[in-house]
Design a binder for this molecule. Structure first.
Ligand SMILES: C[S@@+](CC[C@H](N)C(=O)[O-])C[C@H]1O[C@@H](n2cnc3c(N)ncnc32)[C@H](O)[C@@H]1O
Length: 237
């Protein structure tokens, strides 16, 4: 168990855009099933091209997420699935940030970035998002950018994120989710067994995911272009 920091503080929830008011506790989250070994293999291969392939297109969402977070000095932030550390320069230097990832190749890129950017106040640890080695209530903000549709068991990861977040803290997901449009969602379900080969499921069902994770969002904001990614903010009660 890794023991961290010592204090918490009140947060300021972001304004609400569009609330999910219903969900289904039993729906299948995705048609695509993956295992950790498969995902790890994909990201070992992707590490050298990740920033080029997924950098600029997904960057507006990353920037928006950090604006929304409005991190206060001293706040403890956990980024789950830190990857190549593409978000690291966006965090204020005054916060206490830890990034975890299970891919050694992705983490190696993140470590290079930390060294290049003089971001030595940030800690990077190799860890499975489904088995976080932190005590309960360790963080003010637990943030998963472009991670939750990658992992084999999104609900297990959300439960871990919730566990390590302090009461009143924020649990934030930035991700693509299944479209509400019947036509688009059919296409997303069809392609999801293919998209897992480039690192994500295209058909993660947001209302079902939230219901099964017992999380209630305080805001859901559409981000990126096209606006098919969502920034989902939840508060731990
Ligand atoms: C799509 S990348 C996101 C990287 C970064 N957060 C960003 O904003 O681009 C997903 C990352 O999650 C990591 N990952 C996937 N499954 C994981 C797990 N079970 N535990 C920890 N990291 C995981 C992958 O290694 C990869 O680095």
């Amino acid at each position: 168990m890794i023991t961290l920091f010592s204090h918490g503080k009140d947060d300021k929830p972001a304004p609400e855009d569009d609330l999910v008011t219903s969900g289904t506790g039993t729906a299948q989250l995705s048609v695509a099933a993956v295992e950790n070994d498969f995902v790890a293999g994909v990201y070992e291969k992707l590490a050298s091209v990740y920033d080029l392939a997924f950098g600029p297109t997904l960057q507006p969402g990353r920037v928006r997420a950090l604006e929304r977070m409005a991190i206060q000095p001293g706040e403890r932030v956990l980024e789950v699935g830190v990857g190549t550390g593409i978000n690291l320069a966006l965090y204020p230097k005054s916060c206490r940030m830890i990034g975890i990832d299970f891919s050694s190749s992705m983490l190696e890129k993140a470590r290079e970035r930390v060294a290049r950017g003089g971001l030595r106040q940030m800690r990077l640890l190799q860890m499975d998002a489904a088995d976080l080695k932190f005590a309960d209530d360790s963080f003010d903000i637990v943030y998963a950018p472009y991670l939750i549709s990658v992992v084999p068991d999104p609900v297990r990861v959300a439960q871990e994120m919730r566990r390590v977040c302090r009461p009143g803290g924020r649990i934030i997901f930035l991700n693509h989710f299944l479209s509400p449009s019947p036509f688009v969602s059919r296409v997303e379900r069809l392609i999801s067994p293919l998209t897992i080969h480039v690192g994500f499921k295209a058909d993660l069902d947001l209302p079902a995911f939230l219901a099964q994770s017992a999380l209630e969002p305080i805001s859901i904001e559409k981000v990126n272009v096209p606006r098919i990614w969502s920034l989902v903010t939840c508060v731990k009660d």
